[in-house]
Design a protein around this ligand. Structure first.
Ligand code: ATP
Length: 768
């Protein structure tokens, strides 16, 4: 049965036999369920293997022939009877349209009878023609194949325009690359040939994935890859430029999550990428912002985040592009290298971040929970120290092991140690008490030790009103009646002389069994300290005169009170606010045993200031005339004058009269009348000793106590009370004397004395 096979729809037949094929321009042969019979024939002609019916029946071959026919028709529209496929229906038989054009009956217009006749007559020629046609078809099929692939790519691109690409409309540079390509008539050109590179959307796809998604031929892979890497380069450049423009600001603001071209830039890792584990190298990499933002809750993405994200994304693409030939370990190490490289680039060898990276490595090997705490604390500290522009650190929550709550701080047991009240405590109290001396219910706190004597210590103390006093604390044998009476005698003397300015004031006292506390006015320095301070210095006669006068004035007060001190020495004179005062008198006299005095002197050396009569035991006769040998020491006021003479002697020569003797020899020399005191006119420093001074010392150091000057005589001596004259007085005196002598033939000795007294009297009236 012949059947008219034509691509032209019959009048009564709107659609050809193959109308059951999908009527879309984008028909896919794979969807053809029942291929047309003619396609079998065409496929057989195209098939290289004539003996292979499978190749003839191959739908792929059929599909190829269809495309080739369509392409041929399109390319030969002009001058040809148009065997159109523009009806929207795919053409299966237009391969032979050229024969129609050559007035040859088209095979498609022949019926079966004609074909049989033709075949029998012109079999050979037809076979050759078919062979040639087959060859030309091969060539055409190759080009058609490429075109069809490209067309599929374009179709996918159009679909992309309707899909994700349309969401890229926010991009202000125009429509997507796919939309541009859809209007591209030159199907042989790749998209990048006419489209800006930035308009190609790869998304998260690598070139291979991109080809697969859009069904592009593998031959496009090099150009797609080139496009992909150029796009990467462009993005890197934009990222670095934005980093310089906004060094600390976030690069991405207000962008769409799905923006195809800016998605890698504008979407932070926190939003686009799954949260990384702590072991993810992105946490180690880059800046501290990245590091800590990755640790914290969703944060504002920063440029560095973008850069790192891109880097990581690039690494992931690379790993996929390498067809996952590398192991995950290698990929991770690659990410680490990239991230650490970013540290150097972005932070200029910021050691703190390198350390942070190292520390993070160490954290990985530590307990994760500890690492979390440490990281969070570190994050908080750095946020304050480095003034990171990131929001306040948020405790990590979504990390792999961050779900664990941070451990509670260890409970610190407060152990309150209560020291028992021991002897130490009471000792402290005792020590405090020891520093406090109560005299008649008045507390005195010890400040320092001023000096010590044979049986006493003298402290500088203060009362509750911070007033300063001298506390003399004497410890004695309470069962020694003579000692008790002796101390009482001293107290009586002090009370007697309490109104005397030259005697140290006794303010209060209290006698307890074996202890006597005396509160006195406190002196600043004693005379012993002053003499020691001037030892070795040149003689200053005025210094000696002043201190000698002060000393004797003190002694005068005591003597005028009928009291013999009997123990005068430089240490017993103290300056109280510039006034020399006498202390510690009377006690020695209150003690009958003078050995105490000797003993005391032995403690300080030798009895340098004691008078000979006070050292030599004197035999006395009783009132009945019987001689009684008994040690008695006659100690009176002349003894105090001897002592004062010794002190003046020391101030002139630097040491007491018998100071050249050592030990007991000194004592013997003092008691021995044959041992004379030497009064040199020169000091050790070859200073001349004034005559008045010599005379005063000699008058004080007479062995016979009765011949010694009294204190009053000493105070009136030329040494302590000198006559001061002026040069005018001397000139007048000489002139008058010569004139008087010229008038007198002879001036008697008495007359000279008379004249001298007259001059002295006038000098006293002059009051220089
Ligand atoms: N009121 C005072 N102000 C300042 N210092 C003082 C006072 N009383 C005593 N001292 C100092 O204490 C030292 C000893 O004092 P004091 O001579 O009264 O003790 P003592 O036991 O009588 O000694 P001694 O019996 O050997 O003379 C003195 O040399 C003096 O330096």
């Amino acid at each position: 049965m012949s059947k008219r096979l034509s691509i032209y729809p019959a009048e009564n037949e709107k659609r050809p036999l193959y109308s059951q094929l999908p009527s879309t321009d984008d028909s896919d042969d794979e969807k053809i369920s029942v291929p047309p019979k003619l396609s079998y024939f065409g496929s057989a002609l195209v098939s290289d293997k004539e003996d292979d019916p499978l190749g003839i029946l191959s739908r792929k071959k059929s599909r190829t022939s269809s495309l080739a026919t369509e392409t041929y028709a399109n390319n030969h529209t002009a001058g040809h009877t148009y065997v159109s496929t523009h009806s929207g229906e795919p053409s299966q038989s237009t391969l032979f349209a050229q024969y129609k054009n050559n007035q040859q009956p088209s095979m498609t217009t022949m019926n079966s009878t004609q074909m049989e006749e033709k075949h029998s007559n012109d079999f050979d020629s037809s076979f050759r023609k078919i062979k040639s046609m087959q060859q030309s078809m091969r060539e055409e099929l190759t080009s058609r194949h490429a075109e069809r692939r490209s067309r599929r790519f374009l179709s996918s691109a159009r679909i992309g325009v309707l899909g994700p690409a349309k969401r890229a409309s926010s991009y202000n540079e125009g429509s997507s690359a796919a939309s541009v390509l859809s209007d591209d008539s030159n199907r042989e050109e790749l998209p990048e040939a006419r489209t800006p590179l930035s308009r190609i959307e790869f998304g998260d796809l690598n070139p291979v994935q991109y080809l697969k998604k859009h069904n592009l031929p593998s031959s496009d892979l090099p150009r797609i890859s080139r496009l992909y890497f150029e796009k990467q380069k462009n993005e890197n450049w934009q990222s670095s430029r934005l980093k310089h423009i906004f060094p600390k600001e976030n690069v991405s603001t207000g962008s769409s999550k799905h923006s195809p071209l800016f998605s890698k830039k504008e979407n932070s890792p926190a939003t686009l990428q799954p949260r990384r584990k702590l072991s993810d190298t992105s946490l180690v990499s880059g800046s501290k912002n990245t590091f800590y933002k990755a640790l914290s809750s969703p944060v504002v993405p920063s440029q560095k985040n973008v850069f790192l994200d891109k880097t990581n994304s690039f690494s992931s693409r690379n790993s996929e592009y390498a067809n996952t030939n590398h192991s995950n370990t290698f990929i991770q190490s690659h990410k680490k290298r990239e991230a650490l490289a970013n540290i150097d680039i972005n932070r200029n060898n910021d050691q703190s971040y390198l350390q942070e990276a190292k520390r993070f490595k160490s954290l990985k090997s530590c307990d994760p929970q500890d690492a979390t705490e440490k990281t969070y604390k570190r994050q908080a500290s750095l946020a304050t120290t480095h003034q990171v522009e990131s929001p306040p650190p948020v405790p990590p929550q979504n990390e792999e092991f961050y779900h664990r709550e941070p451990p509670k701080p260890p409970v610190v047991k407060r152990v309150e140690i209560v020291e028992p009240k021991t002897r130490m405590d009471s000792g402290k109290g005792l020590q405090a008490k020891r520093n406090i001396t109560v005299v008649n219910d008045e507390e005195y706190e010890k400040i320092e030790l001023l000096g010590r004597g044979g049986s006493s210590k003298v402290y500088k103390v203060k009362d509750n009103f911070n007033k300063i006093y001298a506390l003399k604390r004497v410890v004695f044998d309470e069962f020694d009646d003579s000692s008790v009476s002796g101390f009482k005698g001293e107290i009586e003397l002090l009370n007697k002389l309490k109104d005397q300015a030259r005697v140290v004031k006794l303010l209060d006292y209290e006698m307890e069994p074996g202890v006597l506390n005396l509160i006195m006015e406190c002196g600043d320095h004693d005379l012993s300290q002053i003499l020691n301070q001037r030892a070795g210095m040149p003689l200053d006669i005025e210094f000696v005169r002043y201190h000698a006068r002060e000393m004797l004035r003190c002694v005068k007060v005591v003597h005028d009170a009928g009291i013999v001190h009997s123990d005068l020495k430089p240490a017993n004179f103290v300056f109280v606010k510039g006034i020399l005062k006498i202390i510690d008198f009377g006690i020695a006299n209150a003690v009958p045993d003078h050995t105490v005095n000797i003993y005391r002197e032995t403690q300080i050396g030798t009895p340098n200031y004691m008078a000979p009569e006070a050292l030599v035991a004197m035999n006395y006769t009783q009132d009945d005339g019987r001689y009684q040998q008994q040690n008695r020491w006659k100690v009176g006021k002349p003894s105090d004058v001897w002592s004062c003479g010794c002190i003046i002697y020391q101030m002139i020569y630097g040491r007491p009269p018998y100071g050249g003797f050592q030990g007991q020899n000194r004592l013997l020399a003092i008691m021995n009348p044959e041992v004379k005191v030497i009064f040199s006119e020169k000091t050790a420093n070859d200073d001349t000793v004034p005559r008045s001074v010599l005379d005063t010392m000699k008058a004080c150091l007479l062995r016979n106590p009765q011949k010694r000057w009294t204190v009053d005589e000493i105070l009136e001596s030329p040494f302590l009370k000198p006559v001061m004259v002026t040069p005018f007085f001397i000139r007048d005196l000489i002139k008058n004397a010569v004139r008087y002598g010229a008038d007198q033939k002879e001036v008697s000795k008495d007359k000279v004395e008379e004249l001298a007294d007259d001059v002295l009297n006038r000098l006293a009236d002059i009051r220089l």
